[in-house]
Design a protein around this ligand. Structure first.
Ligand code: SF4
Ligand code: ZN
Ligand code: ZN
Length: 318
């Protein structure tokens, strides 16, 4: 059976959300062009310094591989953070990814180097203090902080991450389930700037399915290890349950994830016009970074205090 796009080569990929059958070159081109359209809409093509968060996974490969086709390689700064999770080290993959995409050498840091503790130490501090916070809460919060700190340090215009469509829709559903209106408003197709200390974070893969990034990386010869983080396996989070539910919905009704994202983007734009003027974040009294409305200490500092890893200036509160 021939490809629905070129009509010449043999089709090897069924794309359920468009009901098209594509050959490998047309599939790769389709993914790249959708990323480019999104990147252009977000203004990434006009940025002078783009910090690219590189985890070493398939999504970061697809991200760098597509960005380098239309950005000046000198404007791309790949940045990798090692969280410090026993049995889950993707440093070598990140190096392989840089070689394969032929962009500037990777800048690396680690939780231990930048924060004083590896993620495993944070998690064990939390559990000895009786705290039931998941490893992902520590991981996500501190990773965001380190990426933002480094972006500010090098004067990047934007931070670009490899979040794909599945990640985006999971986050939307989680924020809905938690009733977190502030996060919902801040989440959307373009970042809402609520503090001058935040470098805008853009996600050009947000309309690309996870199965597409997996296939793209495979076809391009990137040999990534698709192992799950041990924390994900040890304690299934709300995200893992939402992910499973969304897989089933997408399987039964192809394209549903894209429809959820499009609908949410419209709702978010409407919500923003009503709420954004009220959203200007205060700064944490310990680290000075922006924190959520109504807080004096940011979530990251609070987690360290509650885990016994940081002294609190407000001992009675924590
Ligand atoms: Fe971090 Fe959680 Fe992802 Fe593991 S699953 S890398 S702990 S966010
Ligand atoms: Zn084709
Ligand atoms: Zn803080």
């Amino acid at each position: 059976m021939n490809c629905d796009l070129c009509g010449e080569r043999e089709a090897q990929v069924l794309q359920p959300h468009t009901n098209r059958k594509l050959c490998v070159p047309c599939f790769l081109e389709d993914v790249k062009s959708r990323i480019r359209i999104e990147a252009t809409r977000l203004g990434i093509d006009r940025s002078k310094k783009v910090l690219v968060a590189v985890s070493g996974g398939k999504d970061s490969f697809v991200l760098l591989d597509s960005l380098r086709e239309f950005l000046d390689p000198d404007n791309i700064i790949p940045f990798n953070i090692e969280e410090g999770i026993e049995g889950y080290n993707r440093k070598d993959q990140a190096d392989q990814l840089i070689q394969l995409t032929n962009v500037k050498s990777l800048i690396k840091t680690s939780f231990r180097e930048s924060l004083g503790y590896a993620l495993d130490q944070m998690v064990s501090g939390a559990s000895s203090s009786g705290l039931k916070t998941s490893a992902c809460t520590f991981c996500g919060g501190f990773r965001r902080k380190l990426i933002n700190d480094f972006a500010r340090k090098v004067g990047a215009d934007v931070v670009v991450t490899g979040h794909n469509l599945d990640d985006e829709v999971q986050t939307i559903i989680i924020n809905l389930l938690r009733g977190d209106l502030e996060r919902l408003v801040r989440f959307g197709s373009v970042p809402l700037i609520v503090s001058s200390k935040f470098v805008p974070r853009l996600k050009p893969l947000r309309r690309i399915y996870e199965w597409e990034t997996t296939l793209y990386a495979n076809f391009r010869g990137y040999s990534f290890q698709d192992v799950e983080c041990p924390y994900m396996l040890r304690r299934p989070t709300l995200r893992a349950r939402v992910r499973e539910l969304l897989y089933q919905m997408e399987f039964k009704s192809p394209g549903v994830l894209l429809r959820i994202l499009d609908t949410f983007d419209q709702i978010s734009m409407n919500m923003r016009s009503k709420l954004s003027s009220a959203l200007s974040l205060p700064n944490c009294i310990i680290c000075g970074e922006p924190t959520s409305t109504g807080r004096t200490i940011c979530k990251n500092c609070e987690l360290l205090i509650k885990s016994g890893l940081l002294d609190s200036p407000l001992k009675s509160t924590y």
